[in-house]
Design a protein around this ligand. Structure first.
Ligand code: URA
Length: 433
């Protein structure tokens, strides 16, 4: 295969041979294909897409570049969940222990924040002592003991995806449905789960801005994972406003714990229960029974107890559940007040995510460190009434000057008007194979 011809083929809308795709990815990992050649092919894929056979071959190449977990020694059914990322999305922190409390094993390999979206790994890392760098053996041991373990992707899992992802990040080739589908699917297949529930976020605060693209991504992932015996169901959920109130790592952990205590915001509870029920239905429960079982596990405190067990097993301090002051706390709490009365019309969720990054809750560059304490609490949802002078949000900052500036910019993210507005539906669509 001549690399030049391979790239030209994709550029001109031809189909690449599956074996050539595998050779190309292998060549990239081995240093025989240059960054500029991979970048050119990725850009051609952005314009011309990948057919089903091409997508399967590319996914397989990403998987084969590294190690695969073998969880066959764990006899319980293993179901994972993946979110495409949003603002204030702390679902996994509550969901994984909740589902484990219902007797389903949850092997969760999570990522760090990406762009304007937060990452589960960063949220968990805000719990004092909590280790996300488990070895494969520790991961398996914790799954066997507690039925749940949450860790970061090891460099040995899908290394081709890691390298290509960095390239996509700087060559404007992230936003491609087949490339995203392969990247997510490869990691989940390598993790050796038997079922996957996908939460595809839709809206201004998500990577998929409209329902058509979100559904396209969900269907691609469902079809490619099926080829590798991973059963996937998807939920499209709203990201036109932050989920819950908290945005920022320790603040989000606190909110996830509140959810497990039955005290969290209603939208977070609803999404956690919806996804949990889908995970249980993949594990074989009937749909109605699955919902009831997850509600019971939440309301009885079984989910919270499982969270405590998981935190303890991963070296964290479980007392954070009772005393939130043990989590990192910001020095300054700055209110953002309403200028006039009216109805909350619209929220610039993407900008809120970017402001959180600027405040220190996320990274601008891969090597940046984050401040786990900082973030926002957004008190209002679209459709809520607002009184003049009422606090719409709070900024939690460790640098007062920065916090004040961010507070002024945050005010500009909220649009208040006179017209009544219906809140957007949280669950947009459920998609099954
Ligand atoms: N998340 C991933 O893991 N990969 C992508 O390509 C995009 C989001």
């Amino acid at each position: 295969m001549r690399i030049y011809d391979f790239i030209r083929g994709k550029k001109e809308g031809e189909t690449n041979h599956p074996e050539d795709i595998k050779r190309f990815v292998r060549g990239y990992v081995e240093g025989k294909v240059a960054d500029y050649q991979m970048s050119a092919w990725l850009m051609a894929v952005c314009f011309n897409g990948l057919g089903d056979e091409e997508l399967a071959a590319y996914t397989e190449a990403l998987i084969d570049s590294g190690e695969r977990f073998d969880l066959s020694g764990i006899r319980c059914i293993k179901i994972d969940k993946h979110s495409t990322g949003g603002v204030g999305d702390k679902v996994s922190v509550a969901l994984a222990p909740l589902v484990a409390a219902c007797g389903v094993t949850v092997p969760m390999v999570s990522g760090r924040g990406l762009g304007h979206t937060g990452g589960t790994l960063d949220k968990l890392a805000s719990i004092p002592g909590f280790r996300t760098d488990l070895s494969t053996e520790e991961f398996k041991q914790n799954l066997a003991n507690a039925g749940v373990a949450m860790m970061g992707q090891s460099v040995r899992m899908c290394p081709a995806d890691g390298a290509i992802y960095c390239l996509r990040d700087v060559t404007c080739t992230v936003e491609s449905i087949p490339l995203i589908a392969a990247s997510i699917s490869a990691k989940k297949i390598a993790e050796d789960a038997q079922g996957l529930v996908l939460d595809v976020k839709v809206g201004d605060g998500a990577f998929m801005k409209n329902e058509r693209d979100a559904e396209g991504l969900a269907r691609k992932i469902i079809s490619v994972t099926k080829r590798f015996d991973l059963r996937t169901k998807a939920v499209l959920s709203d990201m036109s406003q932050p989920l819950g109130k908290a945005v920022g790592n320790a603040l989000e952990v606190e909110e996830a714990v509140l959810c497990l205590k039955g005290e969290g915001p209603p939208d977070l509870r609803e999404l956690v229960l919806t996804l949990a029920a889908r995970m249980l239905s993949l594990a074989g429960r009937k749909q109605g029974d699955a919902r009831k079982e997850t509600e019971d596990a939440l309301d009885s405190g079984k989910g919270l107890n499982k969270f405590i067990e998981m935190v303890r097993l991963q070296g964290g301090n479980p007392a954070v559940v009772e005393d939130y002051k043990l989590l990192p706390r910001a020095e300054f709490k700055i209110p953002v007040t309403a200028e006039k009365e009216g109805v909350f019309q619209k929220i610039d969720t993407y900008k809120i995510g970017m402001l959180a990054v600027e405040l220190g809750a996320g990274r601008r560059r891969k090597e940046d460190s984050i401040d786990p304490a900082v973030g926002f609490k957004i008190n209002k949802k679209i459709g809520d009434e607002v009184e003049k002078g009422e606090p719409l949000a709070y900024v939690y900052a460790n640098d007062e000057t920065l916090g004040q500036r961010i507070a002024r910019e945050l005010k500009g993210c909220f649009e208040t008007g006179d017209e009544a507005v219906l809140p957007p539906p949280l669950i947009i669509k459920k998609i099954s194979p």
